[in-house]
Design a protein around this ligand. Sequence first.
Ligand code: HEC
Length: 136
Amino acid sequence: MKALHICILTSVILAGIVSCTTSKSTTSTTNSNANSSTTTSATEPKKAAITQEDADNISKKMSLTTVADLNNGGTIYNAECGVCHGLKKPNARSEDEWKAIVPNMVQKANAKAGKIQITPGQEQLILKYLVVMCNK
Ligand code: HEC
């Protein structure tokens, strides 16, 4: 009788340990998922907004420019400048470098399309956008 008791007791304890371990590991998986998603949203980069001051500075440096022009330049940049390679970070090049690179790239874009893919006006907007953003 004693041996049977011990046997039942042991299996109850074992079952308890197994179920406990299983539920613990499930809980910790859920926790780590929740943590990682929180971390991702917390480290999302902030976009530096274009201000009226930026537009005024570019107007003095280059030609009359509005905030809407600069935002438009950003839209064109995002649409046209990541076609052949990844979008470059505006602050990866200096103002003077962009002034040399943009016309060169517009030529490439137009040659690839076999037509005027980026107009001279759009080229100016891209360049103005990059000159603002590379200094931000
Ligand atoms: C038709 C394809 C194509 C398009 C569209 C294009 N690029 Fe490029 N880009 C290239 C190639 C090829 C290279 C590498 C060869 C070189 O540097 O000339 C390059 C290189 C670059 C580099 C590194 C070169 C350096 O001198 O530092 C930058 C920066 C760049 N592109 C920016 C742009 C921007 C801004 C636009 C939009 C106006 C653009 N690209 C659109 C093909 C393209």
